[in-house]
Design a protein around this ligand. Structure first.
Ligand SMILES: N[C@@H](CCC[C@H](N)C(=O)O)C(=O)O
Length: 267
């Protein structure tokens, strides 16, 4: 499945049992040369507390807390409204024609909730990397840092993204967003995703960037966020939860031999 070109292998194990997923197996499945190939591996499993549980593994094999685009894809797959469990907290899915609306929960702004390595004002961080400075950090289930720039297409995100992702300021690493204000209700955004790299779209990046722009009074809610893969609409009022709406697509259904990946036969 994919959301705006951010693509996923979704394994539906809600009614079947699987051997334990490991970072090595996730990495092997995500490998575009020798595996199936995806930005994120999504594993659906039973939940004790909610309709089901969505686990997310980045292409580097690391398990993470949230994925906005996959949430819409999973809403489409599930086909009816549901509140589900994720590592970043419960989220509510509402499928729509060719996509979904997702209540992503409340953003967090405390420095230790991002998390950062030490205390600072997360709304105007006194830090910078080359031409990028004074970002805002927001946790929307997963950690994001957001830079507002004149022209986000002019930023060498392929160079600065990995440097910022791995900076010691971010003990759990970070997703790096560069955004430009395209109008009072419109943002343009590019994202360097933690554990993946440049992607065509990042749903949580769009949520975090919209929240940061609304917080700073740069745009109104709802705001259209244009990513390289297409558009999302994000609505957020101070104190409230984030509503994300946009498309999702099922590309194909298939099967694979688990043992090929588990044994290391497929790197
Ligand atoms: N593509 C995702 C975000 C996936 C997780 C992220 N790379 C992280 O490490 O937190 C999205 O659509 O939100």
């Amino acid at each position: 499945m994919h959301g705006l070109g951010n693509d996923f292998v979704v394994i539906d194990a809600r009614e079947s049992s699987l051997p334990a997923m490991t970072p090595a197996i996730a990495r092997a499945l995500a490998n575009r040369r020798t595996g199936i190939g995806c930005d994120q591996l999504i594993l659906l499993q039973p939940s004790q507390t909610h309709a089901f549980r969505m686990r997310i593994f980045n292409a580097d094999g690391g398990e993470v807390e949230a994925c906005g685009n996959a949430s819409r894809a999973v809403a489409l797959l599930h086909g009816e409204p549901a509140t589900i469990e994720t590592g970043g907290g419960p989220i509510t899915l509402e499928p729509m024609a060719r996509g979904a609306r997702v209540d992503m929960g409340k953003p967090r702004f405390e420095w230790d909730a991002i998390p950062l390595a030490y205390a600072m004002d997360t709304a105007a961080m006194p830090v910078g990397w080359e031409t990028l400075d004074a970002p805002m950090a927001v946790n929307v289930g997963n950690p994001h840092v957001i830079f507002f720039v004149g022209d986000c297409d002019a930023i060498p995100l392929d160079v600065l993204g990995p440097v910022i992702e791995h900076d010691a300021l971010f003990p759990e690493r970070v997703n790096v967003n560069v955004a430009s204000i395209a109008g009072p209700d419109h943002l343009k955004l590019r994202v360097w995703e933690r554990g993946v790299g440049l992607t065509l779209a990042c749903g949580t990046g769009a949520c975090a960037t919209a929240v940061a722009a609304i917080w700073r009074g740069l745009v109104n809610s709802p705001v259209r966020v244009t990513l390289p893969g297409g558009d999302l609409e994000i609505a957020w009022e101070r104190g409230g939860t984030i509503l994300m709406s946009g498309p999702a697509t099922e590309s194909f259904r298939g099967s694979f031999n688990w043992d090929d990946f588990a044994s290391g036969a497929v790197a």
